[in-house]
Ligand binder design. Sequence first.
Ligand SMILES: [Fe+2]
Ligand SMILES: [Fe+2]
Length: 276
Amino acid sequence: MRARLPRIDFGRADGLWIPRWPQLAHRLNGASLLLPHLEPYLIRVMKQARPILADAAPGLLADVDVFNRQEANHYRVHAAYNRALFEQYPGLEAFDAEIKADFERFLSEESLEWNLAYCEGFECSGLISSEFFLQEIDDALEGADPAVRELWSWHLAEEFEHRNVTHDVLHAVAPGWLHRLRGFRAFGAHLQSFTDRVRDHLMAIDRERGRIEDAVLEAARSFERRERRFYAPRIAKILMPWYSPHARRVQPATRRVLDAYVDAAPGTPRRGNATP
Ligand SMILES: [Fe+2]
Ligand SMILES: [Fe+2]
């Protein structure tokens, strides 16, 4: 595991960045709005767990540090993209304030155990999103804005790479199946409510602007059916007491993205050609 930092220019990025599947573009835009608040929260929760890990599982500390560096890069690059979103779409400030307050509340009111389970839920879901985005929907992503596609390819490849970290930390600090399930449910309901509302807001604006035709939405329904078929059995596995992300192997499409950021000179990250 290592932290990579792409240099992506969002100066000409289009918020409606997946022409064949606008619903996914705007759902991921909702996720992008959330990440500059969620990922700093992940880092803070991992830092709170560190003293316990130092006694209970010191072998995890190095992975936690790389995880934190990867997440810090993710939210900074998403924040750069989000500035383009704020310029292109009115009405996002209230969503941003809402989600910021949510994570502040989680940190101040919830226990470390609850927050760790929430973080693990997010990471479990991120693993499925990574596999789906990088391996299953090249056809749906045809014509996608290259800058935004690179942002998500890079981010989701690293999500796959650090898939075990929060799972192992939760297991070391606060083990228990029902506890893990509660975290997954809390995360799932929170994320879905937020991203669905942002999607609806952005879709309404683009429909008003005449940028999304009925025929495109109709055609995208087949992608949505494919998405449901892909997610359902994988979520069922997450809900099992024996679930572990450890058995998953990096697939070639993910490997290509990760390797695109291997630099000739260490410490000088370059933009990679990360489109799978
Ligand atoms: Fe991330
Ligand atoms: Fe992550």
